[in-house]
Design a protein around this ligand. Structure first.
Ligand SMILES: C[S@@+](CC[C@H](N)C(=O)[O-])C[C@H]1O[C@@H](n2cnc3c(N)ncnc32)[C@H](O)[C@@H]1O
Length: 279
């Protein structure tokens, strides 16, 4: 409470020294509440069942897993990530803040390689924000998709998002203003021979300070055709692409994903590859 006559302190401005890169990443990149609902709806549409056991591969701070747990009292989430400090940040800032004791029992966090995890068997597995791109060889990504197949229950669904278009092969930095900071997405190097791509996230603050290279990604840019083939080789059926529509006012994605057999020649696009394990 502020006493009458005393000056209100303005909220302290973010600077590179005070900011937390995971907090900013979640604000700039993720929409976990909406995503949890989106994947549950999609799963119901594909299977006629409710999505109960959801595995989030490359879960990072596990915020999407937390929101899956929050959606329904029978929901269980399994988050898998190699990086212990990121999982610990997620426990302190997401799990302990969003979930009560009962809900925490329905969240399993595994500090493991996604290539090795096969249980508990999941209804759906998600690999989002292109994180599987760390696998640079076809054999490695193929092994990952096959492992997902084994780790799913019969009738289970694998969702992997993907990105592309001529714009993503350009050396450039996109800047997006958020309250208290600017999010920068740098496409640093793209090699047309290997399809290897290096990208980085930077955060810039009102006082001019920067969190440079807050996150750096050393990836391969996979095509939808390659990902679909790997799904089919692993045994998935009804493998298809959900293509994002365009907001005609802004020319950017509108968040509405529809099943399409042919895409558009967009400068940049995001889509989701889906495959179902046979019953
Ligand atoms: C781009 S972040 C994704 C964060 C979050 N899932 C999202 O959608 O924004 C990639 C995460 O994948 C993790 N990672 C990379 N290779 C992995 C592997 N083989 N197994 C498990 N986690 C891995 C990293 O530790 C990092 O937290």
């Amino acid at each position: 409470m502020v006493a009458r006559g005393t000056a209100r302190k303005s909220p302290s401005k973010l600077t590179a020294r005070t900011a937390d890169k995971h907090q900013l990443y979640q604000r700039a990149v993720q929409a976990p509440e909406l995503d949890a609902q989106f994947y549950s709806r999609r799963f119901r549409k594909y299977t006629g069942r409710e999505l109960r056991v959801f595995r989030e591969d490359f879960c990072g701070t596990a915020v999407l897993s937390c929101h899956h747990v929050l959606l329904h009292p029978d929901n269980v989430a399994v988050g898998v990530d190699l990086h212990r400090p990121t999982l610990d940040w997620g426990i302190a800032h997401n799990v302990n803040r969003l979930l009560d004791d009962e809900q925490k029992k329905r969240l399993i966090l595994l500090n493991e390689n996604v290539l090795d995890v096969r249980s508990p068997k999941a209804d759906a597995i998600n690999a989002l924000n292109f994180s599987y791109s760390v696998f640079k060889k076809r054999s490695q990504l193929g092994a990952y998709v096959k492992n997902c197949f084994r780790a799913l229950k019969p009738g289970g669904v694998l969702f992997m998002d993907a990105w592309g278009g001529p714009d993503v092969m350009q050396q450039k930095t996109d800047k997006t203003r958020h309250q208290g900071f600017v999010y920068e997405w740098e496409q640093r190097v793209y090699d047309p021979i290997s399809h290897e791509i290096t990208c980085a996230i930077h955060f810039v603050f009102p006082d001019g300070t920067r969190l440079q290279n807050a996150f750096v990604y050393d990836w391969r840019l996979w095509t939808l055709a390659e990902i679909r083939e790997l799904f089919e080789e692993a045994g998935f059926e009804d493998t298809h692409v959900l293509w994002e529509g365009t907001d005609h006012d802004t020319g950017t994605g509108n968040g509405v994903f529809r099943r399409r057999e042919r895409g558009d020649m967009d400068e940049a696009w995001i889509s989701i590859v889906v495959g179902r394990k046979p019953l």
